[in-house]
Ligand binder design. Structure first.
Ligand SMILES: *Cc1c(COP(=O)(O)O)cnc(C)c1O
Length: 430
């Protein structure tokens, strides 16, 4: 979708998808606060509805502000096309929607954001879809879990919250061989630290709520398509490779090639599911993305310093941060996310649940919130909040047992972050 020539990340995060406004010359992307767009004439309207011409019809489908954001994230991820939606969870449904039907399943990692585990293990059953959860470090188990009804393989690049890095190259080799797409949730890494498409992913999903916006102001999501998957290689994806009854019999793959998924997601997905991002929300995220690389560098350097300090604290049993040399994923991190392992990790305390609760309640600089990827340092006790709906086994697999807290390290002065943890740990273990 992006017509910006290949440029460096720091340039793309500011310029991709944006042009001076043709009507006014406005340098920043205007907030196009409009529901509908005037057609030039009836032929123009018909061409738009036939997808014969690309343009704006109605903001449930497309909007120039939202489109600028989709194009920018698409450029940062190295995709062919992208759509934005109302939240990260909406993006996950939007990614699966063109691929799935009743009786179809996905093979998903046990190490996922808690809300995603619930969405996949419970809610998607209402659509007649299901998920098989396996340990993605066990490549044979991933292979064995894929059956004739599997339509996608789903994992996170850096898994929230356990400090786990997925071997995307190995997993995409398995999904490729099975003729199904790999979908990677790249929220915890951000496109600055990891580009899943380079490691073989077909689709990338984001909760733009987190690092992409970066300041905890709006919820949003994005689905980026690599444009490289051959939807016609088998008969598994009829919505894309055969006449789509929901869009007057259009064969999206035949007509649109590498843009089939993106156009289907707009013309059918956003049209009928309506999980649309609004232009105000897109504006906040466009503002945030301009400084993504700078923030991620600081998140990473702060996280390394704080995790290293915590690892040596007598009250701490374990720190799971893939950016520490002691992590079992340290080597894999240098291949999957060479610029750093993110700003998110968990800390297990020797004194267990009670000490975790006291730590959370004693911190002053840290905020106790169900969010991550903010400029502010955040903490949460996952087992009693974000991962509360999970069984003890699911919590264990996700790295969210009752004796751990999740930290999202902000971009404040690291000395202040450590001082706050020091005083709160003293109270928690008193
Ligand atoms: C927050 C989050 C989501 C869900 O995104 P929302 O914007 O809250 O709907 C999905 N995956 C990961 C890794 C997340 O951190």
């Amino acid at each position: 979708m992006s017509d910006t020539p290949a440029q460096g990340f720091d340039t793309l995060q500011i310029h991709a998808g944006a042009h001076p406004d043709p009507a006014t010359g406005a340098r920043q992307v205007p907030i196009y606060q409009t529901t509908a767009y005037v057609f030039r004439d009836s032929d123009h309207a018909a061409a738009l509805f036939n997808l014969a011409e690309v343009g704006y019809i109605y903001s449930r489908l497309t909007n120039p502000t939202v489109g600028a954001l989709a194009d920018r994230i698409c450029a940062l991820e190295g995709g062919a096309g992208a759509i934005c939606c109302s939240s990260g969870h909406a993006a996950q449904i939007m990614a699966l929607f063109p691929l799935m039907g009743p009786g179809c399943n996905i093979v998903a990692s046990t190490r996922l954001y808690g809300g995603t585990v619930t969405q996949f293990s419970q809610t998607i059953k209402r659509f007649g879809w299901s998920a098989t959860f396996v340990d993605f470090d066990d490549l044979d188990a991933v292979k064995a879990a894929i059956d004739d009804n599997t339509r996608a393989v789903f994992c996170e690049s850096i898994a929230n919250p356990g400090g786990y890095i997925t071997d995307l190259d190995a997993i995409s080799a398995i999904s490729d061989a099975a003729g199904v797409p790999l979908i990677v949730d790249n929220t915890s890494a951000s496109p600055y630290l990891c580009n899943p498409i380079k490691h073989g992913a077909t689709l990338v999903v984001h909760s733009t709520t987190k690092y992409l916006t970066g300041n905890g102001t709006v919820t949003g999501g994005c689905v980026i398509d690599s444009g490289k998957f051959d939807w016609s290689q088998n008969d598994k994806f009829p919505s894309l490779s055969q006449p789509e009854p929901a869009y007057h019999g259009l064969n999206f793959h035949e007509a649109l090639g590498g843009m089939a998924f993106t156009f289907h997601s707009i013309a059918v997905g956003l049209r009928d599911l309506g999980m649309t991002m609004n232009p105000q929300g897109a504006h906040y995220t466009l503002m945030g993305i301009e400084t993504l690389s700078l923030r991620m560098q600081k998140h990473v350097s702060n996280a390394k310093e704080v995790a290293g300090w915590l690892e040596n604290h007598p009250a701490v049993e374990k720190v799971t941060y893939a950016g520490l040399p002691s992590s079992p994923y340290a080597e894999r991190a240098t291949r999957i996310c060479p610029k750093g392992a993110g700003g998110l990790f968990t800390v297990a305390l020797k004194d267990g649940y009670d000490a975790c609760v006291k730590l959370v309640d004693s911190l002053e600089l840290f905020s106790h919130v169900a969010n991550l990827g903010d400029t502010r340092s955040l903490i949460i006790h996952s087992a009693s909040t974000t991962h509360r709906q999970l069984s003890p086994e699911q919590q264990e697999a996700a790295g969210a047992t009752p004796n751990v807290v999740r930290l999202s390290i902000g971009i404040e002065d690291p000395v202040d972050i450590i001082a706050d943890l020091e005083q709160a740990l003293a109270k928690a273990t008193a």
